[in-house]
Design a protein around this ligand. Structure first.
Ligand code: HEM
Length: 488
């Protein structure tokens, strides 16, 4: 969105300046527990006589536009004005929602997936990845898909991807010319795409890839370009109420689908031993060998949905976390100096604290959603069955009672502390917690440490980059622009 449109939107929603990302390090967010009974939460009978939470005085159209374009500002303003639980209504999409940010309230729904299942059927990713992928399905189907994929993202499996992460990171940093201004989201994207394509399709070497494998990669890049284009939100709105992709999205998805089905057909002809008989270990091979509860193999459409989910879910999230980390570091020179020293002296604890602070202060997925299948108590309020609960990770991460000086960038707050999953949840939680968190963290450790080790970046006094909301992510509007003065 252009700055003029952004300003108009800000004014029309009555959002006070400065925008949340421009607040000073000493500012308070105003978000904290509201009373003695504030932490009680869980399913209740008929609302237990409790009042409904305050409702935003916004027409559903304005609320939808506000949350689409200025989600962060609207969330901060509403929480400051109405407290930690408030209701709103959107035109289309999830409809009636309640937004929460109290750790006990969040734990109450994360711990009861049967009564509060994921609401990703309303996700903007649904027209792209279909209704049956691990991201969009619920109940037994979700359990089955998750069980199938989880081992591919755990301990030993992630270690197997390590070499690929190291190699892709080194290559992209080697290409970086000192003096050039680059968007770190682009560098992060190139690295994470290499890694995920290798994990998912087993495509290690672009030169030896078959024509279908090369077509998958190039059409995937086109889809990712569309998802980061400035008109992506319009495409998202056009597709928001449809089960099938429409318009430009359909045009971009058709060649990608053909390419994916081409690779699946090649693999079926080849068998699981691979072209050199050594045996394939990629996720596509695992999915092709899998049997459902009915003993039947997955259909090609189901395999396609799963593959696309993994590439999309694992790509923009990780690359923009890298971009945000350096967007923050190049604006906080003391922290940057300490982080460089830590990476160069092998102080992994500080790098880990830095990653936590980056994901706390700029969570790339700011909200996750659950559908309430029972009336629910949130502190002194109750909401009716059927309401969609938006768990605001962004607000949780900026509560004054959990994080003093919430707008300051201070990795030290995580030094020597194992953050509790109730307080720090960049990967969501419960049975839907991010499937790729282990892989993402392995990538972040390498990419962030190597950039800190091998480059000196120019400190900037430019204003903080504006958080831009795109699909389900919150990304730096300029992609995390940095300039290296030295590269080793
Ligand atoms: C920094 C990087 C990442 C962040 C911040 C992130 C964040 C998230 C969040 C917040 C959710 C929703 C959780 C919930 O509803 O409670 C999620 C789900 C998911 N993520 Fe990630 N993610 C990242 C990287 C990845 C990677 C690398 C992959 C895979 C290759 C991946 C695959 C998935 C999948 C498949 C789901 C759906 C899980 C389910 O519903 O069972 N993510 N992620």
């Amino acid at each position: 969105m252009t700055p003029v449109l952004t300003r108009t939107m800000t004014r029309s929603l009555g959002i006070p300046e400065p925008a949340w990302h421009l607040r000073s390090a000493d500012a308070e967010s105003g978000i904290r527990s509201t009373g003695a009974s504030g932490d009680e939460a869980g399913p209740v009978d008929d609302g237990a006589g409790l009042p409904a939470p305050p409702e935003l005085a916004l027409h559903p159209l304005r609320a939808s536009l506000g949350f689409t374009f200025r989600e962060g500002d609207l969330a901060f303003r509403s929480a400051r004005r109405h407290g930690e639980v408030f209701r709103s209504e959107f035109l289309g999409g999830p409809g009636k929602v309640v937004m929460i940010s109290n750790p006990a309230h969040i734990a109450s729904i994360m711990g009861k997936p049967d009564l509060a299942p994921s609401a990703t059927r309303f996700s903007p990713l649904r027209p792209i990845v279909g209704p049956d992928s691990v991201l969009t399905s619920v109940g037994p189907r979700h359990k089955q898909q998750r069980g199938l994929l989880l081992p591919q993202f755990h301990g030993r499996a992630v270690t197997a991807y390590q070499e690929r992460i190291d190699e892709a990171t080194a290559r992209r940093i080697d290409e970086w010319r000192p003096g050039e201004t680059v968007a770190l989201a682009d560098i992060g994207q190139a690295i994470t795409l290499d890694v995920i394509m290798s994990a998912v399709f087993g495509i290690e070497d672009a030169v030896r890839a078959t024509p279908s494998e090369s077509a998958v990669r190039s059409s995937m890049i086109r889809l990712l370009q569309l998802s980061t284009h400035s008109l992506a939100t319009v495409v998202q709105l056009i597709n928001s109420r449809s089960r099938e992709p429409r318009g430009v999205l359909k045009m971009v998805l058709n060649p990608l689908d053909r390419a994916i089905y081409g690779v699946i057909a090649e693999r079926r002809r080849e068998g699981a031993d691979g072209p050199d008989g050594a045996g394939r270990t990629d996720i596509l091979t695992v999915l092709m060998a899998a049997r459902g509860d009915d003993g039947e193999p997955l259909g090609d459409g189901e395999i396609r949905d799963e593959l696309l989910t993994l590439v999309l879910a694992g790509h923009e999230t990780t690359s923009n976390t890298v971009a945000w980390t350096f967007e923050r570091l190049t604006r906080t020179p003391d922290v940057y100096a300490r982080a460089m020293e830590a990476a160069r002296s092998g102080d992994d604890a500080y790098v880990e604290a830095l990653i936590n602070e980056s994901m706390r202060s700029r969570p790339v997925v700011p909200v996750v959603a659950r559908e309430l299948l029972a009336p629910w108590r949130f502190g002194e309020y109750a909401v009716e069955r059927g309401r969609i609960t938006l768990v605001s990770i962004l607000l949780l991460h900026h509560r004054d009672d959990l994080y003093p000086r919430p707008f300051a960038f201070e990795p030290e707050r995580f030094l020597g502390v194992k953050p509790s999953p109730q307080r720090l949840m960049p990967f969501g939680g419960g049975t839907r917690r991010c499937l790729g968190a282990g892989l993402a963290l392995a990538e972040l450790r390498v990419v962030i440490s190597e950039i800190l080790r091998r480059t000196d970046l120019a400190i900037t006094d430019a204003p903080p980059e504006r958080p831009q909301h795109r699909n389900v992510t919150m990304i730096p509007a300029d992609g995390g622009l940095v300039r290296a003065t030295v590269r080793r």
